[in-house]
Each structure stands twice: as structure tokens, then as C-alpha cells.
Design a protein around this ligand. Structure first.
Ligand SMILES: [Zn+2]
Length: 538
């Protein structure tokens, strides 16, 4: 992704710069050192949580074991848990403490279809063929937040600091299907600062308009009429024809769309059997663009395609929004505060085994460079200019970022140079790479929470930026209405198919020190004779 570093908009020069961040007063400095020590003491617990959530491998809206496990853990430590928030069964909010500031600490928890993979093995080797798994590394984010929150909680209790810790999961992030609903239903209405965490391959944070796209995800359903496909085909009207014509129309139109758009679809219902003209058929689209007006425009074009396809086939159509993500805008003050802590913590010390695994996987995937794991910290990233944004993925943290000062901490729990949404992104996710990345990230997170707990002027300044810069000329216009329900049905069929097999693979920390040990995997396991590509060529 192309990014512009340290872009300073002229507008921002009028704002006071963040006051003396690099130098903590001695009290805060001591608290931060204690928090970092506390995180180190919980490293074993972090590893068990990372490995457990990895082993659950659940898809969006079906994070049943994951949510049960994490909320159980938080209740054990005195957090008050509210379940089923925003009408989503696997969503929850866990709070501890009282009063201001309210700091929301969240991360995604869902996996990827077809991403079942043995951790620590540097080639495709599924635990269960065809099953879902953590092919993005979302198993690591909530463990990071739990450990960070517990480290801060100890200090708040000891030093009698006022404030509320609010932990919450990004449910169904891969379908962008929860965070806009949280915002709509008021889950963030009392929050002062949101500190989100997302797996990456370095320790970093950014502010301003992010790269990538926002999006809406819409399922179109066509209705026709059944008939005997051979005996009386002229009596039928095929909903599948409508789906195919809509897709063909979209693929022609694609050439004349902006370079920043991304759009993709899967046919979720193609009919029942060939000898019955399909009465119902559905196609599910993701429409991605770089800003709100262009997302809306893309969605309108999609609706026109559906209308055209219905006219051509004499069918009727309806549609339903299944997910949405606003383009992201991260808070300057919060990012600057966090970046000071990133510099204090630094990257983890990678072992030779960690680097061997990383380089072997990069080789396996045919990457031009086998650079291994990150050894140099990223710089603090500024805004991406619209003309430099060539589009890309989305995260519904964008919806929260337009309602509360927010940043995303990227922490180094994965290997650089992977395609994403793929089995290869699960390989590091239950290994020492992920365990160390989570510990480093938890320290940054805990230290940043302590900054905002101790210094109300920083909370104030973050809101000044939010009100006077971020939302000065642009307002949040959500893509969902009051009536759109959350798409809680998603992925139920896939989990129904694999759940029983997956249960047998859950990690048991009472018997095994690590999941690698439970699986009997030697770390790292790499190919000894050529890459997959070379083997296929032979
Ligand atoms: Zn993600």
C-alpha cells in the first residue's frame, strides 16, 4: 500500500502540538514500568489465551467458544460482562472501574474460511481439511487487550485511579458486520478514547485518513418462478439467470469505475437442482471505495445492475445490507501518545527459530525477498492523501473512529509478506512469534491507557482534534438505517459442518504447556527438499 509519511496538512499547524509526550512525570513513568513488568508476569497467561482462541478457529457471528472463554476470563478478574450487545449473540462488553475517562479496548476475534493450518509449519498443512481457521491472526488481539487491561487494573487499584476500562470484541470483522451496529446502538456513547489493536508484522500506529477503502456489503436476492427445465422451460423465470446477468453487467462496468474501487462477489444461492428452474438465487457483493460519497455511488450502480438483471429476466429483486465499514480516520493526539510508548517498548527479540520459520514461509510463497521478521520499528504514519490512496481492504473500526477519538495499534504477531486471508497467515499465530508480539503490544497498550488515565488534558486534546479537525467539514453518515438488523446468520452453515471435528482440536492448557506441544509440532517445521512450487514443477 502506498503511504505518505509525515504529511502535515496546513490546517493542522494551527493546532497546539501535543504537550511534552516524551517525558513522563516520575509517577506515570513508574506506573508504566510497573505495567510492563505486570505484562511480562502474565506472558504465560497471554500464550494460553492466544493458543486457545487460535484453536477455536471460529468464523464471524459464530464466535461462541471464543466469547465464552474471554468473558469467563474477564469475569474471573472482576469485570462486569454484558452479553449479546447490539443484538449480536457473540458480542459483549466487559467493564471494570468507574467514572471518567472511559477507555474502550477492542480487537477482532473471527477467523477465515478454508484457513485451517498447523501452526509453526512453513507450508500448507491443514489441521482439518476445508475447515476455517485464524488465517488473519485475529486470535491474538483480545488476549493482548485482556493482559493490558489486567496490568492497568492492578495499578488503578493500587493508586486509586478513577476511570473505566471497557473491553469489547470486533465480531465478524471479516464481514464488517458488527462495529457500525455497536455505534448505532450506543455501545460507544460514553467512551472517551478507543484503543483498538490489530495484528500486523511491526509495532506501529498512524493518524489521519488511512489508506484502503470503506465499504458496504449487500446481498441481492432475485425471485422468479419454477418450472420443469426440460418439459416447460418457457413457463419458468430463472432467478439464477438474473444473478448471472447482474454479475456480467458488473464485470463490464468495472472497466469504467475509479481506480480506487474494489468490488467482489460470491453466489450464495444458485438454485436447487438443474431440472427445476431456480425460483430464488442470491449474490453477495462487497462494494469498496475510498470515501463515503463514492461508496454510496458504487452501491447505487449495484442496485441499477440488479434492476437491469430483473428486467431482462422478468424476475423481482430485493437486497439486504450485511456489512459496512466507514473509511478510517485516526486521531492525531492518541496516535502521538501511543507512538511514544511504542518507542519505549520496541520490537520483540526474535529467536533464530522464529526467523527460520518466517524466511521459510516467505520462500514457500515465492516471495522475491525473504526478509524474515521485522527488526526495525515503523515510523509514526500521517494521513494518506486521497490522490495517493489506491484502495484496498476495509475495517469497520472506521465507524468507531468517526464517533470517538480512536487509533489502531498494529503489533508484530505475524510474518511480513503474506497474501492475507489465507492459511499462511495462521502459521505464526500460535507460535512464539505471536506470543512475543502480543506481550510487546500489551505493554504499549497498557502504557497508553495509563497516559489517558493520568492526564485528562490529553483526552481533551484528542477531542479537540476530533471536533475541530477531523469532523470540521466531514460528518459521519452511516450506511445502515435504524431498521437494518445485524447479519447474525452468517457462517452458521460452515460451523455446523466443522464444529464437531474442530472441538477435538481445542487447546487444553491443563495438559500441555503450548498448543504446538499438544499438536506434537516441532518448532519450526520447514521443508527440507525444495518449495511446493519447485515440487509441482518437477
Ligand atoms: Zn483483521
Amino acid at each position: 500500500m502506498m503511504r505518505t509519511r509525515f504529511t502535515v496538512l496546513p490546517l493542522l499547524l494551527s493546532l497546539a502540538t501535543t504537550p511534552a509526550l516524551a517525558q513522563d512525570n516520575p509517577k506515570v513513568a513508574a506506573q508504566k514500568a510497573d505495567a510492563a513488568r505486570g505484562v511480562d508476569e502474565m506472558a504465560k497467561m497471554a500464550q494460553e489465551m492466544v493458543d486457545s482462541v487460535f484453536s477455536f478457529g471460529e468464523l464471524g457471528m459464530q464466535e461462541v467458544e471464543t466469547s465464552k472463554y474471554l468473558t469467563g476470563m474477564l469475569e474471573k478478574y472482576g469485570f462486569k460482562v454484558q452479553r449479546g450487545v447490539a443484538g449480536i449473540p457473540t458480542a459483549w462488553v466487559a467493564t471494570w472501574g468507574s467514572g471518567k475517562p472511559v477507555i474502550a479496548m477492542g480487537s477482532d476475534i473471527d477467523g477465515i474460511p478454508q484457513a485451517s493450518q498447523k501452526p509453526g509449519v512453513a507450508y500448507f498443512d491443514p489441521l482439518i481439511e476445508g475447515a476455517p481457521g485464524h488465517g488473519e491472526g485475529h486470535n491474538t488481539g483480545m488476549p493482548l487487550q485482556v493482559v493490558a487491561a489486567l496490568a492497568v487494573k492492578r495499578i488503578m487499584e493500587r493508586d486509586k485511579l478513577p476511570g473505566t476500562l471497557m473491553l469489547w470484541p470486533g465480531v465478524a470483522e471479516e464481514q464488517l458486520a458488527s462495529k457500525a451496529w455497536y455505534v448505532r446502538d450506543g455501545v460507544f456513547k460514553d467512551v472517551d478514547i478507543t484503543l483498538f489493536a490489530h495484528v500486523g508484522n511491526n509495532l506501529g500506529v498512524s493518524w489521519g485518513d488511512g489508506g484502503g477503502n470503506g465499504m458496504v456489503s449487500v446481498e441481492y436476492t432475485f425471485t422468479g418462478e419454477t418450472a420443469h427445465s426440460a418439459g416447460a422451460p418457457w413457463r419458468g423465470r430463472s432467478a439464477l439467470d438474473a444473478v448471472e446477468l447482474m454479475d456480467a453487467g458488473w464485470n463490464y462496468r468495472r472497466e469504467h469505475l475509479r481506480l480506487s474501487q474494489r468490488s467482489h462477489y460470491v453466489i450464495t444461492n444458485g438454485g436447487d437442482q438443474p431440472n427445476v428452474v431456480p425460483r430464488n438465487a442470491s449474490v453477495w457483493y462487497y462494494f469498496r471505495e475510498s470515501d463515503q460519497p463514492h461508496i454510496k455511488e458504487l452501491w447505487d450502480i449495484g442496485n441499477k445492475m440488479a434492476e437491469g438483471a430483473a428486467l431482462m429476466t422478468n424476475t423481482a429483486w430485493t437486497s439486504r445490507i450485511l456489512g459496512t465499514a466507514y473509511p478510517q480516520h485516526m486521531n492525531k493526539t492518541v496516535a502521538e501518545v501511543m507512538y511514544e510508548n511504542i518507542k519505549k517498548v520496541g520490537l520483540p527479540q526474535w529467536s533464530e527459530a522464529d526467523q527460520t520459520l518466517a524466511k521459510a514461509l516467505q520462500k514457500e510463497l515465492g516471495n522475491a525477498r525473504q526478509e524474515g521478521l521485522a527488526v526495525k520499528l515503523e515510523e509514526l504514519r500521517g494521513p494518506v492523501k486521497p490522490e495517493d490512496n489506491y484502495g484496498g481492504g476495509s475495517d469497520d473500526i472506521g465507524d468507531i473512529s468517526w464517533n470517538v477519538p480512536t487509533v489502531t495499534l498494529r503489533y508484530p504477531a505475524n510474518i511480513p509478506g503474506l497474501p492475507g486471508h489465507n492459511w499462511s497467515s495462521g502459521i505464526a499465530s500460535a507460535t512464539p512469534i505471536a506470543h512475543k508480539g502480543v506481550v510487546a503490544g500489551a505493554k504499549v497498550m497498557a502504557m497508553t491507557v495509563l497516559d489517558f488515565m493520568n492526564r485528562p488534558e490529553l483526552v481533551q486534546q484528542a477531542w479537540d482534534y476530533y471536533k475541530n479537525v477531523q469532523t470540521k467539514d466531514r460528518k459521519y453518515i452511516p450506511f445502515i438505517t435504524d431498521k437494518d438488523p445485524p447479519a447474525t446468520h452468517l457462517n452458521a452453515n460452515i460451523l455446523a459442518k466443522y464444529r464437531e471435528q474442530m472441538k477435538k482440536m481445542y487447546y487444553d492448557p491443563t495438559k500441555y504447556s503450548t498448543y504446538l506441544e499438544q499438536l506434537g509440532i516441532q518448532y519450526p517445521t520447514i521443508r527440507t527438499s525444495g518449495t511446493k512450487q519447485q515440487q509441482q514443477e518437477q
